[in-house]
Design a protein around this ligand. Structure first.
Ligand code: MHO
Length: 211
């Protein structure tokens, strides 16, 4: 069996406000192998950013359950936004989208624990069986796309933009550019990131300038 087909992969989906930040934050979580931003949780057909209808901005992550488990991802979800007050706009609602009974149990358990701690339940909804609609290319890996020197360096390694969007290096580089992660970890993994020397140098300098 090839290494790829031996690797397990599970999917988790969360809505927690503007999806750019969560895309970057989850992209750097150990065990997360891919991220995508999109729209889910509503009924409007074929939502887009300009016609989002009753959907919420949503992040989809693929992860290796041997490295990170679903309850840990739920912890990242709650740490990454304020779930105590309902969003005035559906677009930025707090939602967990379980894929199966197991994930649903874990999500409801996390909500119960938070309710006990806070004395009242979070505003987070738990919604099953929702379709995930991928967002437009310009919203994917948003922070990475703002730094053309680094984006272009990575782009040359992929025939297709969506192949880049779905890659692990793109998820991680996007996280570093957004300010998650640290220079020591980056130095350790930069040679596996499909960047040419110019791209590597630009990313190292950017992250170093912040530490
Ligand atoms: N309109 C906000 C949030 C964008 S997010 C994709 C901004 O431009 O920062 O909803």
């Amino acid at each position: 069996m090839s290494e790829d087909s031996a690797r397990q992969e599970a999917i988790a989906r969360f809505a927690l406000g503007c999806f750019w930040g969560p895309d970057a934050r989850f992209g750097l979580v150990d065990g997360v192998t891919r991220t995508r931003v999109g729209y889910a949780g509503g009924t409007t057909p074929s939502p887009t950013y300009d016609h989002i209808g009753d959907h919420a901005e949503t992040l989809e992550v693929a992860y290796d359950p041997e490295v990170v488990d679903y309850p840990q991802l739920i912890q990242v979800f709650f740490a990454a936004h304020d779930s105590t007050r309902p969003s005035p706009r559906r677009q930025y609602a707090s939602i967990i989208f379980p894929e199966d009974d197991e994930q649903e149990d874990r999500a409801l358990e996390a909500l119960r624990n938070l309710s006990e701690e806070a004395g009242k339940p979070p505003a987070t909804e738990v919604l099953r069986s929702q379709v995930f609609h991928s967002a437009e290319a310009y919203h994917q890996k948003f922070y990475l796309q703002q730094v053309r020197r680094i984006f272009d360096s990575l782009r040359r390694q992929y025939d297709d933009l969506w192949e880049l969007v779905d890659s692990r290096p793109a998820a991680r580089i996007n996280g570093y550019i957004a300010g998650y992660g640290n220079i020591e970890d980056l130095e350790e993994e930069i040679d596996e990131m499909n960047l040419d020397p110019g791209g590597k140098d630009a990313l190292l300098r950017l992250v170093r300038s912040r530490s």
